[in-house]
Design a protein around this ligand. Sequence first.
Ligand SMILES: [Zn+2]
Length: 164
Amino acid sequence: VIRYALACEQGHEFESWFAGSDAYEKQRKRRLVACPSCGSTKIDKLLMAPQVKRTDRQKGAPSAPPASPAPASAEAAGASENTPIAIMSEQEREIRTKLRELRELVTRNADYVGQKFAEEARRMHYGELEHRSIYGEASPEEAKALNEEGIEFHPLPILPDERN
Ligand SMILES: [Zn+2]
């Protein structure tokens, strides 16, 4: 005796017992195997369950349903839009507050020079401009160049909720 997990053309899944694989094929071709849900006789095997003799099994033992593809994870969708988050201890929250204060202090007392940061920093370093506090943006290449020229600068702390 063999048990097949079957599905009709409409996708209804069901199981049926046959004397053997030949018997299954014969019955299917003669349209004797019908979907219990819609009566369709266009049937295909989903998978072959392990061949068992009924006497080997505990009667009434539920059989595992046919394996179905895992549904697309909801977490995977839109993962790129996730925001980094964390559960922080008291100490970590204090550091975060200090970072915010530092950032506010710097930005309040310094001139914003935007993309011209590297240029401005370099001119100050070489005495073309009077020294003052500035902040702005620099590409990794610019930051590397400034560093190699010995121009001191500090990355501004960016807090997770301040991403642009
Ligand atoms: Zn059906």
